[in-house]
Design a binder for this molecule. Structure first.
Ligand code: SF4
Length: 118
């Protein structure tokens, strides 16, 4: 069965842009609402092992929609292009939201709005 996933990335947890939120509280809030089938946090998606993670996660048609909460969505598409191609995953099935400089509550609201706007 194809699934919907949420992947979050917070620049290794050290970037000032992510200091106002608790990423684990964000993940738990979205999990509790059952809006997605799985949630994961990666420390640095735009690194080489981030590419490998994305390709490994997305190949094999197990995921049909991946939401990414991280930095600028336009940059996400550019940074993840090779990994998506390697997985054979249509980039139109990725949807991103920028959660930088948000509190936990603001990040949860932004992610909820993204998912519910589908
Ligand atoms: S993908 Fe975005 S949020 Fe993640 S480490 Fe790279 S720049 Fe930071």
């Amino acid at each position: 069965m194809a699934q919907k996933g949420l992947l979050m990335c917070v620049c290794q947890g050290t970037c000032p842009s992510f200091q106002k939120m608790n990423i684990f509280d964000v993940a738990n809030a979205i999990r509790r609402e059952n809006l997605i089938d799985y949630v994961a946090i990666h420390p640095q998606l735009c690194s080489t092992d981030g590419d490998k993670f994305l390709t490994t996660l997305l190949k094999g048609d197990m995921t049909d929609k991946l939401y990414i909460a991280a930095c600028d969505p336009t940059m996400q598409v550019k940074m993840f292009r090779d990994a998506l191609e390697a997985a054979g995953f249509d980039k139109n099935n990725i949807q991103g939201v920028d959660i930088r400089n948000m509190t936990t509550e603001q990040a949860v609201a932004a992610i909820e709005a993204m998912i519910k706007s589908e």
